[in-house]
Design a protein around this ligand. Structure first.
Ligand SMILES: *[C@@H]1O[C@H](CO)[C@@H](O)[C@H](O)[C@H]1NC(C)=O
Ligand SMILES: *[C@@H]1O[C@H](CO)[C@@H](O)[C@H](O)[C@H]1NC(C)=O
Ligand SMILES: *[C@@H]1O[C@H](CO)[C@@H](O)[C@H](O)[C@H]1NC(C)=O
Ligand SMILES: *[C@@H]1O[C@H](CO)[C@@H](O)[C@H](O)[C@H]1NC(C)=O
Ligand SMILES: *[C@@H]1O[C@H](CO)[C@@H](O)[C@H](O)[C@H]1NC(C)=O
Ligand SMILES: *[C@@H]1O[C@H](CO)[C@@H](O)[C@H](O)[C@H]1NC(C)=O
Ligand SMILES: *[C@@H]1O[C@H](CO)[C@@H](O)[C@H](O)[C@H]1NC(C)=O
Ligand SMILES: *[C@@H]1O[C@H](CO)[C@@H](O)[C@H](O)[C@H]1NC(C)=O
Ligand SMILES: *[C@@H]1O[C@H](CO)[C@@H](O)[C@H](O)[C@H]1NC(C)=O
Ligand SMILES: *[C@@H]1O[C@H](CO)[C@@H](O)[C@H](O)[C@H]1NC(C)=O
Length: 660
């Protein structure tokens, strides 16, 4: 510790007692819900002054004959388009709109895709001489697009006065009033944090406008070259807002996706109503024997052992970050029944045996038998369940789940651990060492020692390619930024935070900055060679470029880099930074109890020259800074010495690290 009191002073001035949202310049959500295009991306045919639609001026844009203009909003957005035009002279005039998230699918004939077949058809407006305003209906709002093309294919002249988008995502949020913030000395990492938060805002929708999945009504569907039924008019849950998988698609609640998205929402917008409404969509579909669905309506019912577990994990996380005991008590019988359903698959090996019928997962194959991801997740559910059962004073569940968990861990070690490779096998007979199961094994503490966790983390890192971390369980060339989010957590939990930061920069840096991406939101999946082909889909235009399951760094940077971890709604907490190579971090988020923050600076040898935290009054926690030996002083003058880098029993308030 080389700090002096004077080096603390600049930091003290940074303390966030003011109401202004810190670092709001990085927030990608718009300040107004009415958006106009930023620039002209390209135009064809004869178009006079296409630029005038970008500056909000009085001047008009004139399409003469067959022509089109593609506008760029500068980032991925969502909403309903309004066109103001001068009434045409001809009754046959029409204007079409096409949308694309990626520059790859810009076209004057079609939009990118929402189905696994074909492309989404142009939205046409027949112009009439007595009407000057045209608006897409909410059912054909577009949940994700950066590029909007306006197409005129008549012989006439069409005079457009304005084009605007009513931004419909995150319908109940004050879009830029984040309750969380993250700042460090690496600009790329900062931008990644905010892009993850924004991605999750785009996936937050008015639940009346979920995907109607009309293409699934006939299965297998006919092969259209043009998919005209991309209606988002299915009510997926009650209430006015819901957290879904993605803006463009599916606009449905998927429990797996929510395991990442929920925590992103917690650390950025703390949008609890969206989480509650989405959990409700899954809970209402629980079967009498306890099984939760794969996805919300209208997705066809399918058994998924892992997504069933994700619903339980999300329920536990909702309680963890909200401290909402009333909610927990209301759902406790359903949660217990859900755990019992999963435990019904445990056979005499001590492991759950996933039936072939329940093998639907994140579109990886081979998810059956004694699968390690499924079992690691079940172990996680049991550990989390024991904590919840303590809150609910449910002694029988504590006893059963504790002993089942112990047996499961022993069996997983004996049957699935591959000592020669230093990773878990996918199942007893598999030669694949999966990304999902190994990341979850560390996350769930299915491991026995720190050295075992380090081996897994190192083995995962050894497989990285130039574009990120592969998921060999999903084919030879898949990168899943969803499972990558769990891998990040695993590196931190293994104490290998340099690896975690390196993966964030490499993989999410690519996902943010590559010109085929939106420079604002994160893609659903791609290939190890950097092509934007996601193996489970045959149609590359379908891939979502705003998929909340890909926002893993946003919570990982708060929970691990800044190191702020809470439970029971924030009543208890631990602040244990793992800064990697970062020289400064200033980060925080709020729960209903109040705000948590940490701010530190480090010298080039890694020692802290400034370290300060804040936690709400009435809470209790501990600070853990490995290798530091100083004294923490609270704003009310209390002192706590770090012993082996740990000071516990700290009351909420402001604490700073003093010199020895
Ligand atoms: C449509 O786009 C193509 C290029 O993809 C271009 O050649 C053609 O002129 C455009 N047509 C219109 C009507 O904009
Ligand atoms: C627009 O006009 C075309 C013919 O030009 C017609 O087929 C179509 O039904 C019309 N659409 C609407 C919504 O009126
Ligand atoms: C305009 O587009 C519509 C719908 O795709 C098509 O039916 C029509 O033939 C096109 N007209 C011209 C002049 O290209
Ligand atoms: C924007 O869309 C929302 C949801 O459909 C609607 O309530 C609101 O009135 C619209 N605002 C404008 C300016 O069109
Ligand atoms: C969605 O809108 C389409 C077109 O209006 C309609 O045919 C369909 O029935 C609607 N679906 C639902 C679930 O409301
Ligand atoms: C919505 O509310 C109705 C009436 O209370 C209830 O029957 C239904 O199950 C709820 N649906 C969802 C998805 O929450
Ligand atoms: C398989 O799952 C479906 C629903 O996902 C269910 O209807 C069916 O009964 C299950 N079959 C077996 C053999 O469990
Ligand atoms: C075991 O794992 C391998 C590799 O993922 C997979 O191909 C196989 O289907 C799995 N076995 C079962 C029973 O699911
Ligand atoms: C992980 O499990 C081991 C026992 O196998 C236990 O000693 C350790 O405390 C657990 N770690 C956490 C963080 O729960
Ligand atoms: C990407 O967005 C950032 C702002 O978030 C901006 O500074 C940068 O110029 C953009 N990059 C490109 C290539 O547009």
């Amino acid at each position: 510790m080389h700090c002096s009191l004077s080096s603390l002073l600049p930091g003290l001035l940074l303390v966030k007692d003011v109401v202004a949202v810190p670092y709001s310049d990085y927030v990608l959500a718009p300040s107004s819900r009415t958006l106009i295009p930023q620039t002209v991306y390209q135009s064809f045919g004869s178009v006079v002054d296409p630029q005038s639609l970008c500056d909000g001026s009085e001047s008009t844009t004139v399409f003469v004959g067959t022509s089109s203009v593609t506008y760029d909003f500068g980032k991925n957005i969502a909403g309903i388009v309004t066109l103001e035009i001068e009434p045409p002279s001809s009754v046959n005039a029409r204007l079409g709109l096409t949308f694309s998230e990626s520059s790859l699918w810009i076209s004057n004939l079609s939009s990118d895709a929402t189905a696994d077949l074909g492309l989404d058809a142009t939205l046409w407006f027949n112009l009439s001489s007595d009407q000057d305003t045209y608006r897409s209906v909410p059912a054909q709002g577009r949940g994700g697009f950066r590029y909007l093309s306006i197409v005129s294919n008549g012989t006439d002249k069409v005079v457009v006065r304005s084009v605007s988008v009513n931004f419909t995502a995150a319908p109940t949020q004050d879009l830029r009033s984040y309750t969380g913030f993250f700042h460090c000395n690496d600009e790329l990492v900062n931008r990644i944090w905010y892009a993850g938060a924004y991605t999750t805002q785009l996936a937050t929708i008015d639940p009346r406008y979920g995907n109607s999945l009309d293409v699934l009504v006939t299965w297998p569907p006919a092969v259209p070259s043009m998919y005209t039924d991309w209606f988002s008019n299915f009510t997926i849950t009650n209430g006015t807002t819901a957290l879904t998988d993605g803006g463009k698609r599916d606009r449905l609640v998927w429990a797996g996706d929510m395991s990442i998205a929920l925590e992103t929402a917690i650390v950025s917008t703390y949008d609890l109503p969206s989480i509650r409404n989405s959990l409700e969509a899954l809970f209402v579909l629980q079967t009498a024997d306890g099984r939760f669905p794969y996805a919300s309506r209208p997705f066809p019912d399918r058994e998924s052992f892992t997504y069933h577990l994700h619903t339980l994990i999300n329920a536990g996380n909702y309680y963890r970050y909200s401290g909402d005991v009333v909610w927990l008590a209301k759902y406790w019988p359903k949660i217990r029944l859900g755990v019992a359903w999963a435990l019904g698959s445990v056979d005499d090996t001590g492991l759950a045996f996933v039936s072939a019928n329940a093998s639907s997962d994140w579109l990886r194959a081979g998810m059956s038998g004694h699968n390690v991801e499924a079992n690691a997740m079940l172990y996680f559910v049991l550990q989390q369940g024991v904590h919840l059962a303590v809150v609910m004073r449910d002694r029988p569940s504590i006893a059963t789940w504790t002993s089942q968990a112990k047996a499961l861990k022993l069996a997983a070690t004996n049957l699935l651990w591959d000592e020669a490779i230093g990773m878990f096998r996918d199942n007893e007979t598999a030669t694949v060492h999966p990304q999902d199961g190994n990341a979850w094994a560390v996350k769930a503490n299915l491991t026995l020692s720190a050295s075992q966790r380090e081996r897994i983390s190192s083995a995962l890192q050894a497989r990285w390619g130039p574009y990120g971390a592969p998921a060999p369980e999903a084919g030879p060339s898949t990168i899943s930024p969803f499972i990558g989010g769990f891998e990040l957590q695993a590196h931190y939990l293994a104490g290998r935070n340099h690896a975690a930061l390196e993966l964030i920069r490499r993989q999410w840096g690519f996902m943010l900055q590559d010109p085929r991406m939106t420079n604002s939101t994160f893609i659903e999946g791609y290939s190890t060679d950097g092509t934007l082909h996601y193996a489970p889909y045959s149609n590359d235009a379908r891939v979502s470029h705003s998929h909340a399951w890909s926002s893993g760094p946003t919570s990982a940077l708060i929970f691990f880099t800044a190191g702020i971890q809470v439970s029971d709604g924030g009543a208890s907490w631990m602040i244990a930074p793992q800064p990697g190579d970062l020289a400064m971090v200033d980060a925080g988020f709020s729960t209903s109890l109040g705000s948590f923050s940490v701010s530190f600076k480090r010298a080039s040898d890694g020692s802290y020259t400034h370290f300060e935290i804040k936690a709400p009054k009435g809470s209790l926690g501990k600070v853990q800074i490995p290798s530091e030996t100083g004294v923490l002083v609270s704003s009310s003058g209390q002192r706590a010495r770090l012993a082996n880098g740990v000071a516990s029993g700290l009351h909420g308030g402001k604490w700073s690290l003093l010199c020895k």
